[in-house]
Design a protein around this ligand. Sequence first.
Ligand code: GTP
Ligand code: MG
Length: 344
Amino acid sequence: DHTNADTLRTPIVAVLGHVDHGKTSLLDTIRGSAVSEGEAGAITQHIGATDIPLDTISGMAGDLIDPTDFDLPGLLFIDTPGHHSFSTLRARGGALADIAVLVVDVNDGFQPQTEEAIDILRRTGTPFVVAANKVDTTPGWNPQDGQPIQRSLAAQSERAESMLNENLYEIIGQLSDAGFSADLYWRVQDFQKNIGVVPLSALTGEGVPDLLTVLMGLSQRFMKEEMAIDVQGPGEGTVLEVKDERGFGATIDTVVYDGVVRNGDQIVVGGQDDPIVTEIRALLQPRPLEEIRTEKKFEKVAEVGAAAGVKIAAPDLDRAMAGAPVRVVRDRPLEEVIAEVEAE
Ligand code: GTP
Ligand code: MG
């Protein structure tokens, strides 16, 4: 029965945008940690995955969200790097995503990697919303920490509000030039036809409740069919990164988007030459709200259901490839699974 709540998986949300426009800061605010402080030059060089449970989302969204309206378990955010040299990582994140957040600095507007991200979203047909970030940098801004954006706008001077509006309409115009009809999100009736623009600040948190509300609404209304999966089916995922982990050797940071992966499962992983056939020795999961990229203490788990980020330890993974498919064999013929991985 696919309408049962426990058969709905977490939607995967990719966060895309130009370098320094605030993708990691936005996720930091959402998870209340400070990953960007530990990064080399504050540049995101790898894709990370963060699971935000529905409880946390509804806590942050306050009275904008009634959690009983939702039966999706939360949102799984994938951070991507904006620096121009990381285009394959961006494409990988975009292709994995069910929905996306395109982060645009309200002062800078569209920049080269904004255009590149839009191209990825168009190519993959991924629904997205625009986070018009850094509204707090508007001259004369009166910050309203963590508040919904309408409440924050009500506290601004006319001058500050009109300066912000000018920037927002510039972005709406740029979206239109890119072939997307867009408007401020509260004016959008049909999120399948129009792109919603959410003004916000990753620094002060204002507007973040709105973004979470729009993302949950989008997923619940338009993605629910696609979120209905066979939770007991053989797991499928994508390798984000191949990493050496002390005591485990080469491991793969993986986003599982379908079925279930169990410790001891035989898996087939796309390799630099041939597909790798191996057996899972350990499934290592960061705790909810922790970041798979920075989390040092993983918890060994018996199984992981979609969607989730998990580190898989198994022999022979040193020739695994970032971006490659991961498939659990379970009761399927091994040759068939190998052929599938080769074809991807
Ligand atoms: P890359 O991963 O390199 O593509 O950058 P990013 O998009 O993840 O940007 P990041 O979150 O690292 O932020 C870049 C800079 O902008 C940092 O100095 C942040 O503190 C600052 N910043 C991000 N969001 C805001 C905001 O809402 N307001 C203000 N004032 N500064 C912000
Ligand atoms: Mg970043």
